[in-house]
Design a protein around this ligand. Structure first.
Ligand code: ATP
Ligand code: MG
Length: 586
């Protein structure tokens, strides 16, 4: 809906034009397609002419000859049309694939900042709906557009050869009606879109209330939902009936207007024939050309509106293609495990790019030697996960610097840096495939043996073995078919497989009962040894052995020290948290 109402300015047209570069690699085959298109249009145009001739012939021999020629022309037309359609489909599919690949490769390398502001559904529709729209416009629609123009111009030339007077008469009638029909048609389509929208709205109500069925029932709001639904479904009827009235009028108009105008042409043609200006065959050809030209004019207006829609879609797509992606190419000759893993936050200030006015971290200063365990504690929203994101360089800091192995984090190649790190995130979201694929994600191309070893180290074999399909068990969309603790152990196994120099554990034990927690803790201890680890914990006991604990409050470090040092401070923030930790835990 938006596309149509949005004003299309020059710049958008230019962007749209620049998308034609996707056709360049296929220019030869595309030209071949155009050739077939021209040939098939010309053979189509020859048809009314010859048919008219047959009518005027009196000898059987000539009639036979012309009949054969006509048949031959149809055969040619059939062959040309086959190649025209096949070639344009080929070019069209190839350019679509190229555009898709380019867009996806851009999307997937864009920084997280971009994704914070977008919705996945919207981006997905860019890739599917918008691109499909564009694809058809670039090839099929363009070709059709040309074909219709050839038909219109060629048709009018043929018409004027038959009779100038009749041509003028026809041109005064048919195009006007055809264009009115198109405008009418678009208006009706808008109405039917409105109906679609209403139906979509009513589906949203069903979806939302069923998804939250427990809340609906808990609040005894069944009737409330039912009323909302009834209201909107009744609206659907109203809008649909309005559209139906216009559609009925439209069809009446077409029947009366279009056929009426053709009858007009025939009527005038018959008068001309009576006065001997044209022959019966000419009149027959003329009427056929009129139908061709009329249909093409109607068609071309429709194609034009399709092109407009596609131009609108370009804008959204171009936004993605114009964004700057992260440099994720791996510099040559990088051998993993090159980092020792020391981390130094040097007076770091940070706010999220999409919320400039809220400073999330202020003057953060700490050092972790290679192999150290750093514990992060602090209330919800204090900035703990943000520190983890900065170590990963998901975002750049605004003030201060982060040094890894004494080198500014910005001087590393991103891929190189991130290959040296692993995170067991706060919320583990798995890919929809098997357990094996999900663990293997930590090291593409890992052998079965390595995967089993990693799973064992993560104490995950214990539950994997209980599934009949073992490692090939499917985890369901985003991993929903596994429990929280099982998902975490898969994430740990993945990290084990990656064998990073820097490890980040974000709340890794929050979702577990004490039995599983022990298993996970145990797995984590194994995983942490020999690497620099950043452990974010609400359950403070998990960071008892950390070399240094940072206590964050409102984005600032308020206390720092070992467990013993911090607990000696009787009125300290950490000591206070420890005393209240059961309340904080949730
Ligand atoms: N992507 C984001 N864009 C903008 N603001 C964000 C983003 N992520 C977090 N924030 C904000 O930054 C602040 C710190 O968030 P952070 O996730 O670091 O907290 P946390 O200490 O990990 O909390 P929790 O213990 O609940 O996980 C919060 O105020 C939050 O609203
Ligand atoms: Mg967090």
């Amino acid at each position: 809906m938006e596309e149509e109402s949005k004003k299309i300015d020059k710049k958008t047209w230019k962007k749209f034009g620049s998308l034609y570069t996707f056709l360049l690699p296929h220019k030869w085959i595309f030209s071949l397609g155009l050739l077939f298109l021209a040939l098939s249009s010309l053979t189509t145009l020859a048809f009314p002419l010859l048919l008219g001739r047959i009518f005027d012939e009196s000898t059987l021999e000539r009639i036979n000859d012309l009949g054969f020629i006509l048949l031959g022309i149809f055969l040619l037309n059939a062959i040309f049309s086959f190649f025209r359609i096949y070639i344009f489909e080929y070019v069209s599919q190839r350019t679509l694939a190229d555009m898709r690949q380019k867009t996806f490769s851009r999307l997937i390398t864009l920084p997280l900042t971009f994704f914070n502001e977008r919705r996945v559904g919207e981006l997905n529709s860019r890739l599917s709906a918008d691109l499909t729209l564009l694809q058809s416009v670039f090839t099929t629609t363009t070709a059709e557009f040309l074909r219709q123009i050839v038909t219109i111009l060629g048709g009018i030339v043929m018409l004027s050869f038959i009779s100038m007077r009749l041509t003028f008469f026809m041109l005064a009638l048919v195009p006007v009606i055809a264009i009115v029909a198109v405008i009418f048609g678009r208006f009706i389509r808008k109405l039917s879109k409105e109906t679609q929208q209403k139906i979509a709205d009513s589906n949203t109500i069903v979806e939302e209330s069923l998804q939250a069925i427990q809340s609906v029932k808990a609040f005894a709001n069944e009737y409330y939902e039912l009323n909302r639904y009834t209201g909107i479904t009744n609206d659907v009827v109203k809008v649909a009936m309005k559209a139906a009235a216009y559609r009925g009028a439209f069809v009446s108009f077409i029947i009366f207007g279009l056929f009426g105008s053709i009858i007009g042409v025939i009527w005038y043609g018959l008068i001309l024939k009576e006065s001997g200006v044209i022959s019966g065959g000419d009149l027959f050809s003329f009427v056929l050309y009129t139908v061709f030209v009329g249909a093409s004019i109607g068609g071309i207006a429709d194609l034009y509106s399709q092109i407009l829609k596609a131009v609108g879609a370009t804008e959204n797509l171009m936004e993605i293609l114009e964004e700057e992606g992260e440099d994720v190419s791996l510099s040559d000759g990088v051998i993993p495990n090159q980092l020792k893993g020391s981390i130094h936050f040097n007076k770091v200030d940070f706010h999220y790019p999409n919320r400039e006015d809220i400073e999330v971290l202020h003057d953060i200063e700490f050092k972790a030697n290679a192999g150290d365990v750093i514990g992060l504690a602090g209330a919800s929203g204090a900035g703990k996960s943000t520190i983890a994101s900065l170590i990963y360089r998901f975002y750049d800091v605004q003030k201060g610097e982060i040094l890894i192995d004494g080198k500014d984090i910005q001087s590393f190649n991103l891929t190189e840096l991130r290959r040296e790190m692993a995170i067991v995130p706060q919320e583990v979201i798995l890919f929809g495939g098997s357990i094996r694929e999900n663990i293997g994600y930590g090291k593409p191309g890992a052998s079965d043996e390595e995967i089993v070893q990693a799973a064992a180290k993560a104490n995950a074999m214990e539950f994997i073995d209980k599934f009949p399909e073992g490692l090939d068990t499917l985890v369901g969309e985003r991993g929903v078919q596994l429990s929280g603790g099982q998902r975490q152990r898969i994430a740990i196994a993945r990290a084990v497989l990656k064998n990073p120099s820097i490890l980040i554990l974000d709340e890794a034990t929050s979702a577990l009962d004490s039995e599983s927690e022990k298993l996970v803790q145990d797995a984590l201890q194994k995983l942490m040894s020999g690497r620099t680890s950043i452990v974010i914990a609400h359950r403070l006991s998990t960071i008892r052995n950390a070399n240094t604990i940072l206590v964050l409050k409102g984005g600032k470090i308020v206390e720092m020290g070992s467990w013993n040092e911090l607990t000696q401070e009787k009125k300290g923030v950490f000591q206070n948290m420890l005393e209240h930790q059961f309340e904080l835990k949730s």
